[in-house]
Design a protein around this ligand. Structure first.
Ligand code: SF4
Length: 372
């Protein structure tokens, strides 16, 4: 079958983004929306080449530990928002978190991502204690926190305790759209200030957003790209919006996997050094979503290390994948799939290239052999 080639306006625009690293707002929107056959594939090939120039064929694995699904916030899109009385709540204690890390270390993970709702039970002291304990047991590993908005002093304490990275999705760079997604008690300005604080402190900082969230327009996506370009995060987490039935957005349409993939590619071309996960949400919407994400320029995957009995409770959206290769035990199969897609599952901290300092020594065991 003949290969599909988009029209010359598309190819010339994509080529210029690759060459010059920037385009006008209208041109960025055009790359996201153009319906020419083969347009997504053309853009993805450019993004793949850009990522391979910086990170080669390595895909970094992060062990995700969803340690609490309590949340004091009420974001309209989120299945664990405080108003969802149907959510079955849980918290993991420090010992349980440490045993997840020990299991993950044995499987070859060298980054642990502690993710939770905005849960006041986890005071600064508790977070500091957990971070210190992980770093003591696994000094060669990176710890990423994703525990919501706090004040700068708190972030500084986490950093001083040894946390390396912090993820805080900005969700949208357009204030009116932020208001559409969040109740009035939440502050757009505070969210952005948190991101600036994290970067100033020295965290490898991640922002990000959902693609196709209610009310989102191509102009909003371009504003997100401009924000990302200016902020220069070390990581960007994006995934399609997927509705959760017990939220105010339960009846909304999900976002598009195709637009998510185009956004991944454009972000890779704007910031070639960025760490870009192929997210679980992408894998939920499309059975080959994760591989397609890697093919579109992503270079990180985050299997779930949380204990099996709580995985099904951290439901930010409906039908979330939480078994099989999404789970850490499936890491061998996941690694094989990564290899089949032409990449290599790296056993390393996988720092942003600007932060490479404490890479783990060469592993004794290949991750593919790390489990029977
Ligand atoms: S998106 Fe985050 S802050 Fe908002 S309700 Fe969900 S867990 Fe809480």
């Amino acid at each position: 079958m003949a290969e599909k080639t988009p029209g010359s306006v598309f190819t010339e625009t994509a080529d210029r983004l690759e060459r010059e690293g920037d385009l006008s707002d209208g041109e960025l929107a055009f790359l996201l929306q153009c319906a020419d056959p083969g347009a997504g594939e053309y853009l993805a090939a450019k993004a793949r080449a850009a990522r391979e120039r910086v990170y080669g064929k390595d895909v970094y694995l992060r062990g995700l530990i969803e340690f609490t699904n309590f949340c004091k916030n009420d974001c309209y899109y989120c299945g664990i928002r405080r108003s969802n009385k149907k959510a079955e709540r849980y918290r993991l204690g420090e010992e349980e978190i440490l045993s997840c890390c020990a299991m993950g270390y044995g499987l070859g993970f060298r980054t642990f991502v502690l993710q939770g709702g905005d849960d006041p039970y986890f005071t600064d002291e508790r977070i500091v204690s957990i971070v210190r304990a992980i770093k003591k047991q696994h000094p060669g590993c990176a710890v990423t926190l994703s525990v919501g908005e706090r004040e700068k002093e708190s972030f500084q304490r986490f950093f001083d305790a040894g946390a390396d990275r912090y993820l805080l999705r900005h969700e949208t760079a357009t204030e009116s759209h932020y208001r559409r997604l969040h109740p009035g008690e939440m502050s757009f300005e505070h969210r952005l200030r948190c991101l600036r604080d994290l970067k100033e402190i020295g965290f490898q900082t991640g922002c990000g957003m959902m693609i196709g969230s209610p009310g989102q327009t191509p102009e909003h996506l371009v504003a997100d790209l401009r924000f990302i370009q200016g902020f220069r995060p070390e990581m960007v987490g994006i995934g399609p919006f997927i509705p959760h039935r017990d939220t105010p957005f339960g009846e909304e349409e999900p976002g598009s996997a195709e637009t998510t993939l185009r956004m991944l590619s454009v972000i890779r071309l704007l910031l070639p050094e960025v760490l870009l996960p192929a997210t679980t949400a992408l894998g939920t919407l499309d059975p080959r979503g994760r591989e397609k994400g890697l093919e579109a320029g992503a270079n990180v995957v985050m299997p779930n290390l949380s204990p099996a009995d709580v995985r099904g409770k951290y439901l930010l959206y409906d039908n979330k994948l939480c078994t099989g290769e999404e789970a850490a035990e499936g890491v061998r199969r996941l690694s094989l799939r990564i290899e089949r897609a032409g990449y290599r599952a790296a056993v390393s901290r996988g720092d942003h290239i600007g932060f490479e300092k404490a890479e783990t020594p060469a592993p004794e065991k290949d991750i593919l052999k790390a489990q029977p």
